[in-house]
Design a protein around this ligand. Structure first.
Ligand SMILES: Nc1ncnc2c1ncn2[C@@H]1O[C@H](COP(=O)(O)OP(=O)(O)OP(=O)(O)O)[C@@H](O)[C@H]1O
Length: 645
């Protein structure tokens, strides 16, 4: 829940303060350009002087970060490093709808250093500071945004095809968020590949199946070349996992292969979702079996895996129940894939070598079971293509994808002679292969933008939250803007004794968060309503109540008597405990007053309760009825958009 809260804050902020964050991205890019230029002047400048102008021009951290990427280029030899496991990244261009929303590009690539920079715009918890985290992810290769499918094929698939033709096993995996171009790239690569296959071999056998959910909600494989008949996934004698019973189509020409593949893709499960008009709802695995004698003496295999995209729950609000179930299975298998990468990475980090002792949960999902050898067998050539979206609203996804492919990469570093194990172990901070750098950049331009943002406090919010501050906090500010302040953390309202008129907050896309906050308010109200319920008073509360009354006579109530026991005594019993009739009357009157207050509180609580129930999963609009010294909140269900500033 907390992460969702943060996520919604950051996503909303990135849209709201796009200009400021964009400036931070521009700062980094200019700094990189300046660094490259200064490097060129190195020969004419005294030693160590080339960096100096850069640090004057830009924020020190940003300057250093750009210098590392443009001049030091620690990862520049990544593409030439011999490795049977490679990780590449492809970023799709911004889509038209994203351009219409005036979204900026939050990813930059450092081609020479084979790394991707994620510019992660954030709002500080104080609600007034915005900043950008620049994170560098070093990979084996990064495609420029305008790279064609041919380029991707040459870099990612061609080496795998060659080794498969020579009788080896190889796998190409497309991994990333939904709508980032996995299927687009996979199909583009296959198109180019078809031609080359038949230049080297006379025939190839095609198998194509998908991993999706059964009606009973279990993972299963379905043959896409045999009308989605269910097939089994078993471990063979060679120790590798195979799908048994899948139809094998023998293709003798590029046309045969294209036709068979087109038929298979027609059967693939896909649906229209919020993020993608034709979103794959299954993991598709396409196998090309090459007979012995193609280029090698033994049969070879090339497996192309187009994984379904990962998605977050706020992106699946419009999913039907069955879509949500299928999405759950997809997310589960992807989670297991990431978990295996994490465990292998941990093993590598701790031991710096491959060990059989550590348990990697490959069997928890059929997907990881099938792909096991791609991650563990050094003779198996594997390339993972991470697909990324440049949109600032997808930064969390991009970070997640890159972190996991980075883990996969470093998990296999034990077999890579050129990568020193300890370097990889520390790679997360040193920026070495398999690791990544993070730097917090607060450029000057970003700072000046912040000053502007402070003036318009009214709209500075995480989830369209509008507040008016009263009490001592108001003294902190001056002028007209003094009255208005915004906070990200709803809990602050209480601490700061915020008085709010009309709109306390309007929450969009944060229903769970809203419900949580409102539920805690309700619990407080519930506790407050019990303050007048005689039945719930303990002995101490009863004694305190009696002490607070100014009775004419004496009341002999035992110190251990509770409110419920007093209630059971009835009027006659009460009279017997009082020294005289006047005291008994006064006590009766006081108790009657308490009963009335209790009834009022209970009625208010019931109405609040009904409104809370009505909130459901919809947009929530909470408002204060009248300002008072302490925060008092009443809940109103309304159309959030209409109440928004
Ligand atoms: N490199 C690219 N250049 C141009 N358009 C692209 C590129 N990558 C993806 N797209 C476009 O983005 C959209 C989504 O692509 P695609 O369906 O391949 O995504 P996906 O990652 O397979 O999504 P899902 O996981 O939901 O199946 C498509 O309309 C596609 O044309």
């Amino acid at each position: 829940m907390a992460s969702n809260h943060k996520l919604v804050c950051a996503r909303a902020a990135r849209q709201q303060f796009g200009g400021a964050f964009q400036q931070a991205v521009r700062d980094y890019r200019w700094a990189k350009l300046a660094a490259a230029t200064l490097k060129g002047l190195d020969a004419y400048l005294p030693d160590g002087l080339s960096f100096l102008p850069l640090s004057y021009l830009y924020d020190d951290e940003v300057a250093r970060f750009a210098w590392e990427g443009a001049v030091m280029k620690e990862n520049q030899d990544a593409s030439t490093r011999p490795s049977s496991f490679r990780v590449l990244a492809r970023t799709r261009p911004l889509q038209l709808s994203e351009v219409d929303e005036k979204l900026y590009e939050s990813l930059s690539s450092e081609g020479g250093n084979h790394s991707i920079i994620v510019h992660d715009g954030r709002v500080h918890r104080d609600g007034r500071t915005i900043y950008t985290n620049h994170s560098r992810f070093c990979l084996d290769g990064v495609f420029p945004q305008d790279a064609s499918n041919l380029q991707v094929y040459q870099e990612a698939a061609q080496p795998l095809l060659r080794s498969a033709l020579q009788g080896e096993r190889s796998t190409l995996i497309f991994f990333g968020q939904t709508g980032t171009g996995k299927t687009y790239t996979a199909r583009g690569v296959l198109e180019v590949m078809t031609e080359e296959i038949f230049q080297n071999t006379q025939e190839v056998t095609l198998c194509c199946y998908e991993m999706a959910g059964t009606r009973g909600g279990r993972e299963a494989f379905f043959d896409l070349l045999a009308d989605r008949a269910q097939v089994k996934c078993l471990t063979g004698e060679d120790g590798n996992v195979h799908v048994r019973g899948a139809k094998q189509v023998l293709c003798r020409s590029a046309q045969d292969l294209e036709e068979a593949m087109a038929k298979a893709f027609e059967w693939r499960s896909s649906e229209c979702t919020e993020r993608n008009e034709a979103s794959s709802r299954s993991h598709c695995i396409l196998e090309l079996h090459f007979p012995s004698g193609s280029l090698g003496s033994v049969p070879g295999l090339l497996r192309i895996v187009d994984l379904a995209g990962s998605e977050r729950n706020f992106e699946t609000q419009m999913h039907s129940r069955s879509m949500a179930e299928r999405g759950g299975l997809i997310n589960y298998s992807l989670l297991m894939l990431k978990e295996c990468a994490r465990v292998m990475h941990k093993q590598m980090k701790q031991l710096g070598e491959k060990t059989e002792d550590l348990h990697v949960p490959f069997r928890r999902s059929r997907l990881t079971h099938l792909l096991r050898s791609s991650f563990t067998d050094p003779s198996h050539q594997t390339t993972v293509v991470a697909t990324l979206s440049p949109s600032p609203t997808d930064v969390e996804h991009s970070l997640n994808t890159l972190q996991h492919v980075g883990m996969m990469r470093s998990a296999r570093a034990w077999e890579d002679n050129t990568v020193n194990a300890t370097t990889v172990a520390e790679g997360e901070t040193s920026g070495a292969a398999g690791g990544f750098d993070v730097v917090q950049g607060r450029g000057r331009a970003l700072h000046s933008k912040l000053q502007d943002a402070r003036k318009g406090q009214l709209n500075l919010h995480a989830f369209q939250m509008k507040t008016q501050v009263g009490g001592s906090i108001i003294k902190k500010y001056e002028g007209d803007s003094a009255k208005l302040e915004t906070f990200i953390d709803a809990r602050w309202h209480r601490e700061l004794k915020v008085k709010v008129q009309e709109d306390l907050w309007v929450l969009r896309d944060a229903d769970m968060e809203a419900t949580q906050v409102l539920t805690s308010w309700r619990q407080e109200q519930w506790t407050a309503s019990k303050a007048h319920d005689l039945h719930r008073w303990d002995a101490k509360m009863l004694q305190n109540f009696l002490k607070s009354l100014e009775l004419p006579g004496e009341v002999r109530i035992p110190s251990t008597m509770t409110g419920a026991q007093l209630k059971r005594l009835g009027p006659r019993g009460l009279v017997a405990l009082c020294s005289d009739a006047a005291t008994a009357d006064a006590l009766q009157l006081a108790l009657h007053g308490e009963r009335q207050r209790d009834a009022l509180a209970a009625a208010a609580h019931r109405s609040r309760n009904a409104r809370m129930t009505a909130l459901g999963n919809h947009k929530v609009h909470a408002a204060v009825e009248e300002p008072s010294d302490f925060v008092d909140v009443d809940f109103v269900v309304g159309e959030a958009a209409s109440a928004a500033p």
